[in-house]
Design a binder for this molecule. Structure first.
Ligand code: SAM
Length: 264
């Protein structure tokens, strides 16, 4: 491992850390950025392959220790304002790691043997995606699936909010949606949309029935579940709420539903 003091922002080896505030660009890249020493540690523990690290002076020694097993990945050190000029944002947590994106998981392998699956239908906010992954990991969800238009779980904000659980929680992106519902049914899942529809069951009613294999579809912020998805699923399920409140945040609704509908 080598510690390299940043001499010039034009150093081509710092290319991984430019344009980090552009989420669309990040999705197309073959790498991801882990932010904070905790998340860098979790990325390394998951077996992700580091390309390099970028730290301020306060975090140099911690990251150097974490990176010790990866001598091929340099640790670049700079002062706060230098790092901010490079990345375009203030590095509150003082440490970034750039990693190779892992190969996508195989959908059939993920669904084989799974009992609880959550599907994100066009969930657009990285913070919601991160929060849903954190809850899924903590509440025993076997796989998280994402519609093509859902936000990237490996964007740095999603990773940070998930506290790095995106590295341990099995997940896959679907090629098509809602056609992907067919794959879930082929694997024997009952597929329910988490949505406030007039004909929805309450989550207590569905939990009492205790489906053996359940896939729960979460809707996008704002518009909620698409009409064609509501047509294609086996039913809708809702979290009863106090009168006068139209809905919960999708991340909060997801956590309540994952707990109530957990496999027992
Ligand atoms: C913020 S809501 C979408 C807006 C909602 N359709 C409305 O008209 O207020 C986003 C997603 O959160 C979930 N959600 C929020 N509150 C819910 C509740 N009480 N019961 C079931 N799902 C809920 C659903 O999956 C929904 O599609």
């Amino acid at each position: 491992m080598s510690m390299i003091r940043i001499e010039s922002l034009d150093d081509p080896r710092l290319g991984d850390y430019r344009g980090l505030t552009d989420a669309a660009l990040a999705k197309t890249r073959s790498r991801f950025i882990a932010e904070s020493t905790v998340v860098v540690r979790r990325a390394l523990a998951s077996g992700a392959v580091p390309r390099s690290f970028l730290v301020d002076e306060r975090h140099g020694s911690v990251v150097a220790e974490l990176a010790a097993a990866h001598p091929e990945a340099p640790v670049f050190v700079g002062e706060g304002p230098v790092l901010e000029a490079l990345t375009g944002f203030h590095l509150h947590r003082g440490a970034l790691g750039s990693f190779e994106r892992p190969a996508p998981a195989d959908l059939d392998a993920l669904l084989e043997g799974a009992r609880r699956v959550v599907v994100l239908e066009d969930v657009a906010e990285h913070t919601n995606v991160g929060a849903i992954f954190r809850s899924a990991a903590g509440l025993g969800i076997d796989a998280v699936l994402l519609s093509p238009r859902s936000a990237d779980p490996l964007y740095r904000r999603a990773i940070r909010v998930s506290m790095g659980t995106v590295f341990s929680q099995p997940w896959a992106r679907l090629d098509t949606w809602p056609e992907g519902i067919a794959a879930l049914k082929r694997h024997g899942f009952e597929v329910h949309a988490l949505e406030l529809t007039d004909d929805a069951l309450s989550i207590e009613e569905l939990a009492a029935r205790g489906p053996e294999r359940l896939a729960l579809v979460l809707g996008t912020e704002g518009a909620g579940i698409r009409p064609e998805t509501l047509e294609a699923v086996d039913g809708a399920v809702l979290i009863p709420m106090r009168e006068g409140v139209s809905s919960l945040n999708v991340g909060a609704a997801a956590a309540v539903a994952m707990w109530e509908l957990r496999a027992r």
